[in-house]
Design a protein around this ligand. Structure first.
Ligand SMILES: Nc1ncnc2c1ncn2[C@@H]1O[C@H](COP(=O)(O)OP(=O)(O)O)[C@@H](O)[C@H]1O
Ligand SMILES: [Mg+2]
Length: 306
């Protein structure tokens, strides 16, 4: 897709080019048996201030792409450019400013928080490392208030909070360092349905107030349809379709996108979930493997792997 990728403009915050990430596959005896291409040649730009959704079945490479952008995983090849700086060739010592500017919110707030420290201490921890000159306590208190946790509650440990509140603490920790870009990796998946809408609205309010750019990884297509400006569909390490969310949902062009939408948007959520689980458990949906070589632009800004 390299040729079709729009040139990097002031509107682009993240640019990914030719990104590949492989992992060794080992036998039970620890012998190397080959590699899995978790990310298999991706070109992508993320515009300043937008929410770009990344959807696809479990195992399609969404988290690995997110981690490579954040430099939490070292790409096997390809480049990641952030705010005009190519991170992939930057010496580690010079990556520190980007560790502040780029944050991540994971699915499971329990494993993201230190259970032995209070909400306030959890939020202060990265601040102390990344912005040692700031008034870390004041900034942490402010971030917790912004997600609705204040008063004596800030001195409680994670266990004393509900799942939704714990995810709010994780969000406070991410925004406390005043990032520009946040990878939200299935941020709602561990939460009750009733809490998901609240946390979604919190993420949207923070985006407006703090002018954040989101890469929003999710398999919940109903949330994606509601909040994402553009949607990228990933299958087996490749992006098979990318376009304005309304257009991708109204007029999906790739067979794999149609297959995902059919499964997810059936009327009864229980049925939809069971169908998605079945699909995820089936490694080779016949005829739906990404087989094209380039992303063709079928209408302005709407690309399909052909
Ligand atoms: N650290 C790792 N070591 C080995 N294989 C991995 C690792 N991380 C991811 N993978 C493999 O890469 C593929 C993509 O995984 P992942 O990015 O987690 O997908 P998704 O987030 O879409 O569910 C899967 O086949 C997964 O097993
Ligand atoms: Mg994942």
């Amino acid at each position: 897709m390299t040729d079709q990728t729009p040139a990097l403009t002031t509107g682009d915050l993240v640019r990914v080019q030719g990104l590949v990430k492989t992992f060794p596959v080992r036998s039970a005896w620890g012998r190397r048996r080959g590699v899995v291409r978790a990310v298999d040649g991706i070109d992508l730009t993320i515009r300043r201030g937008e929410t770009l959704a990344l959807v696809g079945e479990s195992g399609s490479g969404k988290s690995t792409l997110g981690r490579c952008i954040l430099q939490m995983d070292e790409p096997t090849s390809g480049t990641v450019t952030y705010d005009g700086v190519e991170l992939t060739s930057l010496p580690h010592a010079r990556r520190a400013p980007f560790h502040r500017s780029m944050q991540v919110i994971f699915q499971d707030p329990f494993s993201s928080l230190n259970p032995h420290r209070t909400a306030l201490q959890n939020v202060m921890e990265p601040l102390a490392v990344l912005t040692p000159d700031a008034d870390t306590r004041a900034q942490a208190v402010e971030a917790l208030a912004a997600v609705g946790i204040d008063g004596d509650a800030i001195h409680r440990r994670p266990r004393a909070f509900s799942g939704g509140q714990r995810q709010r603490i994780v969000i406070a920790r991410a925004i406390a360092v005043r990032p520009d870009f946040v990878v939200c990796d299935e941020p709602l998946s561990a939460l009750d349905m009733s809490i998901q809408a609240q946390v979604t609205h919190l993420l949207l309010r923070l985006q407006r107030e703090l002018q954040l750019t989101y890469l929003f990884i999710s398999h919940d297509l109903s949330v994606v349809r509601e909040i994402a400006d553009r949607t990228a569909v990933m299958n087996r390490g490749r992006i098979v379709e990318l376009g304005p969310t309304a257009e991708v949902f109204a007029s999906p062009q790739h067979a794999y996108t149609r297959h995902l939408l059919d499964a997810a948007l059936s009327t009864d959520p229980g049925t939809a979930r069971r169908r998605l689980e079945r699909i995820s458990a089936r490694p080779d949906p016949v005829g739906l493997e990404p087989d094209g070589t380039t992303l063709a632009e079928v209408s302005p800004g709407h690309f399909v792997l052909r």
